[in-house]
Design a protein around this ligand. Sequence first.
Ligand code: ADP
Ligand code: MG
Length: 387
Amino acid sequence: MTPRAILPGATLGVMGGGQLGRMFVQAAQSMGYFTAVLDPDVTSPAGLVAHYHIEADYLDEQGLAQLMQRSAAITTEFENVPAGALVTLGAHRPVAPTADAVAVCQDRASEKAQFRRSGIPCAPFALIDTPERLAAVPDSLLPGILKTARLGYDGKGQAVVADRAALAAAWYALGQVPCVLEQKLPLALELSVVVARSAGGDVVQLPVQQNLHRGGILAVTQVPAPDASAALQAQAAASAAQLATDLHYVGVLCVEFFVTTDGQLVANEMAPRPHNSGHWSIDGADISQFDLQVRTLCGLPLVAPRQHSSAVMLNLLGDLWFGADGAERTPPWGAVLALPGTHLHLYGKASARRGRKMGHLTVTAATADTARATALQAAALLGLPAF
Ligand code: ADP
Ligand code: MG
């Protein structure tokens, strides 16, 4: 609990120096906070723009001590921060989200247990952590998706498995670490909801986001969600708020959902932090998901964000930095920025690699049709597929 508000002029700490940390730092700085980032990478996107960059490993005691000494309150920007580090920090400073909440989201099995406790449907699944449990998997889960219980992201640590032989091979290939096998669901849509909860229990959220993934990585987010009924959207929003409340969550939480071809809403996973699918809110809403992170961390009033523009976000992966011949190139920013309502966000990463998130482009417009039409033009200029 934050006993009283931490006001601008104080220093806010972040565990992790990726792009989410960078956008948190930018939001905090624009409100007059100082910022400190702990990340071992000298060139981390958030470290580059923070007032203080502590270049240390997440479990380095001296590094954690420095972060505590600098910071009035501490947040995290990625869910794989060791829970032990958050426990250490939380003993001395307000930390939001808490180590407990982050721990639930760090493990797919505990995440699904939370969905069950909150009465929210998820894909049929089995935990596989021993050869016996592998052998006992019911046929009904195949074809399925095998996912490492921990440390997976952007489709990494996952394998689509058609039958038992493929399942066994995939589990051994993943090093026999604890995994969940989920039934492969026929998806009509993917949605997500960003929710923020204060220490006092106030909950606000961003509108429901519709997401398109390519190769397991988010490619496009559209808000408002063009293909989800009002009833589905209301259900997704209520489920996300329920989870935040049940977790006694403080901070920004994102819940990913599937909509199956028979119209069922199914929870997929949670992220204890702002989410790639919420980036549009920087340009399309009056309070962004990063502003919400600052407000919840500092105990500032939580007011409902208002979407003022229709928005389409395109993720910019490192692939765009390579031409058809494989040679490095600079994407055609000039042509893209000549389109109305385009907002370019690049994360300051030193080198482009295929599949690496280098930035995103948000297109805002007065109507969803215009935002989409302009985003399709931008996608064509960048060499991205239509959606
Ligand atoms: P990550 O942590 O990499 O985001 P997810 O569990 O969200 O992992 O899976 C990435 C993507 O893979 C999803 O957004 C979805 O497109 C697809 N996917 C994951 N699980 C299933 C499933 N059970 N059925 C069908 N598609 C799935
Ligand atoms: Mg996901």
